[in-house]
Design a protein around this ligand. Structure first.
Ligand SMILES: Cc1cc2nc3c(=O)[nH]c(=O)nc-3n(C[C@H](O)[C@H](O)[C@H](O)COP(=O)(O)OP(=O)(O)OC[C@H]3O[C@@H](n4cnc5c(N)ncnc54)[C@H](O)[C@@H]3O)c2cc1C
Length: 348
């Protein structure tokens, strides 16, 4: 028996493994695919801050730098621009593989092609097995309350600015959004997510751009934190990390940065109590803010989303976000600059 059995060799699994190995623990990882990083269900867009804070060696995996976004609140457009890249589109498969290789180099044993259902290699288990976690099901964790259904495809597309992401908010992308992430001057990833009608959302995005696209691939994103992410029961200690725990930004579905940080805490502590306490203290508020915004937008009609866009423009929010926006952590935007901006723009 090893000290810890990690189920899943995605980013959360490998980062928790690296963290446990650095503490001197013996680690076995089970991965149901023949290699890490496949199939790829990710746009690969990560904040520069997030990648650096996780100490991921990402530079050799960059596909395209991103300098900002055009966010459409139906027909109201917010333009966010940074002078330096705020994020990077990366080759996600290569990042996953290089993290798994690092874990192996540090001493983890990875059993590829091993699908875990109900038998484990240790009494201490980290469930890093993604949005439909078998570990969570086996140990009867409370369910994640909301999922977005997504479709994505690569499209020949000449973006007006190949370093700017386009985001579409409207009731046609109920509870989520449509996106265009340029990879270069000629190709972009088109994607949509919706709580209820993902095919309708896909048609809506193609209608907006008056374009046709290859058949898209679908996947699921948890957009709520699991109410409980660890337990100690019948001599088992079980910690859920990453998508299995719902450690995902509900507004965008981005889960690698938050999930990765939480996974590192899990690997370092291997304690259900300390893990739950520490990750919720460090990241709980940010994840909650994303969830509140997502919930609010999900309840709006097109007229409500338009009105919100108008209000944000009136408050010059694009100017504020261009200066002080943070892709992951809304709490990083709270501060004197925000107060000064609001006072200036309300004419107080
Ligand atoms: C369309 C789309 C676009 C996205 N874009 C972004 C983005 O741009 N940026 C971002 O940060 N996030 C993005 N995400 C979210 C991101 O992909 C996830 O948050 C991330 O993959 C979670 O990592 P993880 O390690 O928790 O789970 P996963 O990456 O899902 O890894 C879980 C691993 O466990 C394995 N596994 C599952 N069950 C078992 C089992 N029973 N036994 C053994 N192995 C098992 C799987 O094969 C997999 O390798 C996107 C998601 C989607 C669907």
């Amino acid at each position: 028996m090893s000290d810890v059995h990690i189920v899943g060799a995605g980013p959360a699994g490998s980062l928790s493994a690296i963290s446990a190995l650095e503490k001197g623990h013996e680690v076995v990882i089970s991965e149901d695919h023949p290699e890490s990083g496949y199939p790829k269900n990710c746009s690969g867009l990560f904040s520069k801050d997030g990648l650096s804070s996780l100490s991921i060696d990402y530079k050799k995996h960059i596909i395209n730098p991103i300098y900002g976004a055009n966010i459409y609140f139906v027909d109201q457009k917010l333009e966010i621009r940074k002078k330096q890249p705020v994020g990077f589109v990366c080759n996600r498969s290569k990042i996953d593989r290089s993290l798994a290789e690092t874990a192996e180099r540090l001493g983890a044993k990875i059993n590829y092609n091993e699908k875990i259902k109900d038998s484990f290699h240790s009494k201490t288990i980290i469930g890093a097995d993604g949005p439909l976690s078998a570990v969570a099901r086996h140990f009867s964790f409370p369910k994640i309350s909301a999922y977005a259904f997504t479709l994505q495809s690569f499209v020949d597309y000449q973006a007006e600015d190949p370093y700017i992401v386009e985001v579409f908010l409207s009731s046609r992308f109920k509870g989520f959004f449509g996106w265009i992430i340029p990879h270069n001057e000629d190709v972009a990833e088109f994607g949509v997510g919706s709580l209820n009608n993902v095919q309708g959302a896909w048609k809506a995005l193609l209608d907006i751009k008056r374009i046709s696209a290859p058949t898209p691939r679908g996947w699921t994103i948890p957009i709520a934190v699991r109410p409980r992410t660890s337990l100690a029961k019948n001599n088992y200690k079980v910690l859920l990390v990453g998508d299995a725990a719902g450690q995902v930004k509900s507004t965008t579905g981005g889960g690698v940065i938050f999930g990765g940080h939480c996974a590192k805490i899990a690997g370092r502590t291997l304690s259900p109590l300390l893990y739950e306490l520490e990750w919720r203290t460090q990241f709980g508020i940010d994840l909650k803010i994303h969830q509140v915004i997502q919930n609010y937008l999900a309840g709006q009609s097109d007229a409500g989303i338009q009105a919100l866009g108008r209000r944000l423009k009136k408050l010059n929010c694009d100017e504020f976000l261009s200066g002080f926006g943070h892709m992951d952590r809304p709490t990083k935007m709270l501060g004197p600059e925000m107060v000064a901006h609001v006072i200036r723009n309300l004419g107080v």
